[in-house]
Design a protein around this ligand. Structure first.
Ligand SMILES: [Zn+2]
Length: 249
């Protein structure tokens, strides 16, 4: 009996140590470990305060420049996925869910997750929620598509996820059926494009951002289900420091 509890205690300790290593230093959105302090929490987070191309930003539509780049190409498919409560959001990780091509570079879909309110502002205003679809190229570069959500009709693509959100940090379950993220993206691909960063520690830069201009909708019931877990998980907007936002097609 005693032996078993020692083994169990050791297992628990190991699990705690591994989760700690995986998550890095504890951070939050408000309070002592909140967004204002991320850059001071540990050395690896310094970019959060020193970076000059940080995200999110407030997009002033009057200052957006026309881009001469090719339209983005989206090629998504239905895929099995895991749904994970990361302790900072709910994240969905599809297996081979498709890819995005921008400026001739292909980025494979890795995961998507949610923030409320939207981290991005458009002319000073938040939307109710945003989904960040994170893509990675073969050489490790990141491109994120942000889809803004307003309250309205229930979102059918999100329903299987939002109907049973993993309740506690660390909880993970396979999604019932498959998910095709093309159902999350507005039919009109007009976007705002700019260079930015991850919006969570370590705030790494060189992320290509594509914020869809046309918002999608979620029902208040769907938003409430998410807010029960995360009432506020948006980093404040960051200075643009002369960055130009381009209009993507
Ligand atoms: Zn995000």
């Amino acid at each position: 009996m005693k032996k078993i509890s020692v083994v169990a205690a050791f297992g628990l300790l190991l699990f705690a140590a591994l989760s700690y290593a995986d998550e890095g230093v504890h951070w939050t959105y408000e309070g002592h470990a909140g967004a204002k302090h991320w850059g001071d929490l540990e050395k690896d987070y310094a970019t959060c305060k020193l970076g000059k191309h940080q995200s999110p930003i407030d997009i002033e539509t009057g200052k957006v420049k026309t881009a001469d780049s090719d339209p983005i190409k989206l090629a998504y498919n239905g895929a099995k996925a895991d749904v994970i409560n990361t302790g900072h959001s709910v994240q969905v990780e599809p297996v081979d869910g498709g890819a995005l091509t921008v400026d001739g570079v292909e980025y494979k879909l890795v995961q998507f997750h949610f923030h409320t309110p939207s981290e991005e502002k458009i002319n000073g205003k938040h939307h109710a929620m945003v989904a960040h679809l994170v893509h990675k190229s073969a050489d490790g570069k990141l491109a994120v598509i942000a889809v803004l959500f307003d309250l309205g009709r229930e979102n059918g693509t999100l329903q299987p996820i939002f109907a049973s959100l993993p309740a506690k940090a660390g909880d993970k379950h396979p999604l019932d059926g498959t998910i095709n993220v093309s159902g999350l993206i507005p039919a009109n691909h007009a976007s705002f494009m700019f260079e930015g960063s991850l919006t969570t520690p370590p705030c790494s830069e060189e992320v290509h951002w594509i914020v869809m201009k046309t918002p999608m909708t979620i029902s208040s019931r769907q938003l409430d289900a998410f807010k029960k877990l995360y009432p506020m998980n948006a980093r404040p907007t960051q200075p643009t420091n002369g960055r130009v936002v381009q209009a993507g097609r």
